[in-house]
Write a protein that binds this ligand. Structure first.
Ligand SMILES: Cc1ncc(COP(=O)(O)OP(=O)(O)O)c(N)n1
Ligand SMILES: Cc1ncsc1CCOP(=O)(O)O
Ligand SMILES: [Mg+2]
Length: 205
């Protein structure tokens, strides 16, 4: 089931090449991340499956949820808790058909309340808005304003994820505006003390 609040760590293949992936994720989970998303576009299918299976075991050990980015089939193959899909990633119905009713399906809604309403009507488990701040990981992601979080809080029942340049300094404003879950890449995996960075963000909830 989707946690209602907390820190959502997302992996990055450039920050966490090869053997660094597992120990870095272990640190984020030890620091309090409640969800972990495996996001790895450049790797080949066999490598992605090996890594996803390893992250499945690791997240189980920490009682955290594993979400796979983009790829419902990989989520099914590694036994993940769910999948995150963007507006061009195949749709909620396809993900549900592959993963079943109990899986978590999260959907990117950029800055659009209409997209979020549609995602909720189509059976999503959470909606993600952003990027809220300049992002070193995805600088060209469409920008979003805090107002969309306030509007979604009033209009939707689903948990709201905030993403994009999130760090310990700007996180309180996102939570105040209605973010239930903070999705973070660089401010976690771009730091030297991942566990401390995760703890600082997790303690905001
Ligand atoms: C929690 C969360 N929110 C948004 C995204 C972005 O998804 P998408 O728009 O499909 O872009 P890519 O991540 O695939 O580049 C996400 N992955 N996770
Ligand atoms: C995948 C994604 N979608 C919108 S912003 C973003 C990247 C978030 O990474 P960071 O926390 O480093 O800005
Ligand atoms: Mg995607």
């Amino acid at each position: 089931m989707t946690p209602q609040r907390g820190l959502y760590a997302i992996t990055d293949p450039h920050l966490l090449p090869g053997d660094r992936l597992l120990p870095a994720c272990a640190e984020a989970l030890a620091g309090g991340a409640r969800l972990l998303q495996y996001r790895d576009k450049p790797a080949d299918a066999a490598t992605r499956l090996t890594r996803a299976r390893a992250l499945r075991a690791l997240t189980r050990d920490h009682g955290a949820l594993l979400i796979i980015n983009d790829d419902p089939q990989l989520a099914a193959d590694c036994g993940a808790d769910g999948v995150h899909i963007g507006q061009g990633d195949g749709g909620i119905a396809r993900a549900r058909a592959l993963l079943g009713a109990d899986a978590i399906v999260g959907v990117t809604c950029h800055a659009s309340l209409d997209m979020a309403r549609q995602a909720q009507a189509d059976g999503a488990d959470y909606v993600a808005f952003g990027r809220f701040f300049p992002s070193r990981t995805k600088p060209q992601a469409p920008p979003a304003d805090l107002a969309v979080l306030r509007a979604a809080r009033a209009a939707l029942t689903l948990p709201r994820v905030a993403i994009g340049g999130v760090n310990a300094d700007n996180a309180p404003a996102l939570i105040d505006a209605g973010a239930d879950i903070l999705a973070v890449i660089h401010a976690l995996f771009g730091t030297t003390d991942i566990r401390a960075a995760a703890r600082q963000l997790a303690e905001l909830f």
